[in-house]
Design a protein around this ligand. Sequence first.
Ligand code: NDP
Length: 239
Amino acid sequence: MNLNGKTAVITGGARGLGAEMAKLFAENGARVIACDMNELQYTCADVEFYKLDVTNTEACKKMSEYAVEKYKKIDILVNNAGITKDAMTKKMTDEMWDMVIAVNLKGVFNMTKFIGPHMEETGGGSIINISSVVGEYGNIGQVNYAASKGGVISMAKTWAKEFARKGVPVRCNAIAPGYILTDILKTVPQELLDKFAASTMLGRLGRPDEIAKAALFLASDDASYITGTVLSVNGGMRL
Ligand code: NDP
């Protein structure tokens, strides 16, 4: 698997899974633009930081124009930026619902609205939406997150059809990670994390590099006949 000569845009690339993907993609030959609200928490020669809030449509348009102007072609888009605002449905405020939908769902739409057609016009590309095990199976106290992560699976399936309809090889897939050790799990009580670990066939939580390697595969030409799918990377969770 290599990404030699390819340009990748990764949202939420400052830390967590996005950072791991950005570094791995760069190690494997890509030039990476890591878009995030805050500075990168690492340095890597082939990873460029671009300050971006994915909820801002106009800013996403400008970002795609900047990337095309600078690199001529965007080959890979990873829609990774995501947040949680958890509560039981009866206690969930409109603000909690709106914030999660704005970042996790509208943000994915905003980026792909500009970069998907660019890939179609320039001969192909690979789009990866980062979903979640919660998007596949639902979860108590996460109706906003589940809706958004289920949504990005349907969006991936839709774009797999839409952007390839003229015979151009734009592939679009989703990755549904299980529980992976990043900051996003900071608010989850340890006993719940232990329960999640025990509910996997492998008996442990996942590591960020295990998601990054799955993304590297889907981004690369080695996945040239894979589109419209969901790759579950969850240690065999029994839900
Ligand atoms: P982190 O919280 O560690 O990182 C998310 C990154 O996204 C942060 O750098 C964050 O910036 C950034 N971000 C948040 N909002 C925006 C925005 N509006 N515009 C641009 N960037 C933004 O999360 P993870 O790395 O764990 O998660 C990455 C993705 O994987 C998410 O979509 C998440 O839902 C998904 N996922 C994670 C799992 C896990 O167990 N870790 C499991 C399943 C799915 P800031 O520093 O400002 O918050």
